[in-house]
Write a protein that binds this ligand. Structure first.
Ligand code: GDP
Ligand code: MG
Length: 207
C-alpha cells in the first residue's frame, strides 16, 4: 500500500458494537479508544471513532461504531451490519435479558453476511466488576459456542479485557492480518509494522 492512502474508505476496517441500552457499549468503546471511563448514562444515537492499526504489515484505520441500544431504527441496524466488517456484541453480566436481546442481532448478522462465522464476532459480557451477576461465565461461553464466535468477559470500569476484545476480533479476521498497534501496547515486543503505525498515528493525530 503506498503512503498517503491512510484514512481512505477502501482501507478502513469497520467494527460495529451492538447491545441493549445501558450494557456499556459506549463505555467499552471510550475505554478502548480514549482510555477514559465515565459514570453516568449518555444516550447514544450513533458515533464512530477511529484508530490507526496495522494491517497486512501496513496500516489501516479501525473504525469503531458505537450504536444506539434500542431497536427503534431497524433500517439503521441493517445498514450498520451491511457496512460492518466485524461485530462486538455486548451484554451486561448483571442483566440476563441483555444477553437474550443479542440473539436477533446475531441472527441478522448471520443472515446479511451469508452464514455463521463469515465475519469476526466477539460476544462480550461486560460489567464483571458488578457484584449482582445474573449470567454465569459458562452461560456466555455456551452461547458463544453455539454462535461460533469469540467470547470474553470484561469491565469498561476497571479496563479488564477491554483491549483484548478488539485484539480477539482482529485475530478472527482471516482475510487480513491485523493487530492493534497503539501506543498503549507498552512497546514490549512490538513489530516493525506496529512501530510504523505508531509513527503514522502520531502524524495523523488530527484525523
Ligand atoms: P450503553 O447504553 O450500552 O452505551 O451504556 P453506557 O456505556 O452508557 O453505560 C451505561 C451505564 O453503565 C453507565 O452508567 C456506565 O457508567 C455503566 N457502566 C458501563 N460499563 C460498566 C462496567 O464495566 N462496570 C460498571 N460497574 N458499570 C459500567
Ligand atoms: Mg451508548
Amino acid at each position: 500500500m503506498p503512503n498517503g492512502v491512510v484514512g481512505q474508505d477502501a482501507n478502513d476496517y469497520r467494527v460495529v458494537v451492538f447491545g441493549s441500552a445501558g450494557v456499556g457499549k459506549s463505555s467499552i468503546v471510550q475505554q478502548f479508544v480514549e482510555g477514559t471511563y465515565r459514570e453516568g448514562y449518555v444516550p447514544t444515537i450513533e458515533d464512530t471513532y477511529r484508530k490507526v492499526i496495522s494491517s497486512n504489515k501496513s496500516v489501516c484505520t479501525l473504525q469503531v461504531t458505537d450504536t444506539t441500544g434500542s431497536h427503534q431504527f431497524p433500517a439503521m441496524q441493517k445498514l450498520s451490519i451491511q457496512k460492518g466488517h466485524a461485530f462486538v456484541l455486548i451484554y451486561a453480566v448483571n442483566n440476563k435479558q441483555s444477553l437474550s436481546d443479542l440473539k436477533p442481532i446475531y441472527d441478522e448478522i448471520v443472515d446479511l453476511k451469508g452464514g455463521k462465522a463469515m465475519v469476526p464476532v466477539v460476544l462480550v459480557g461486560n460489567k464483571v466488576d458488578c457484584p449482582d451477576r445474573e449470567v454465569l461465565e459458562a452461560e456466555g461461553h455456551r452461547i458463544a459456542g453455539q454462535w461460533d464466535c469469540g467470547y470474553l468477559e470484561a469491565s469498561a470500569k476497571t479496563k479488564y479485557n477491554v483491549q483484548d476484545v478488539f485484539e480477539q476480533l482482529l485475530l478472527l479476521e482471516k482475510r487480513r492480518e491485523m493487530s492493534l498497534a497503539t501506543s498503549s501496547a507498552k512497546g514490549k515486543g512490538k513489530s516493525k509494522a506496529a512501530r510504523r503505525a505508531d509513527g503514522i498515528k502520531n502524524k495523523c493525530s488530527l484525523m
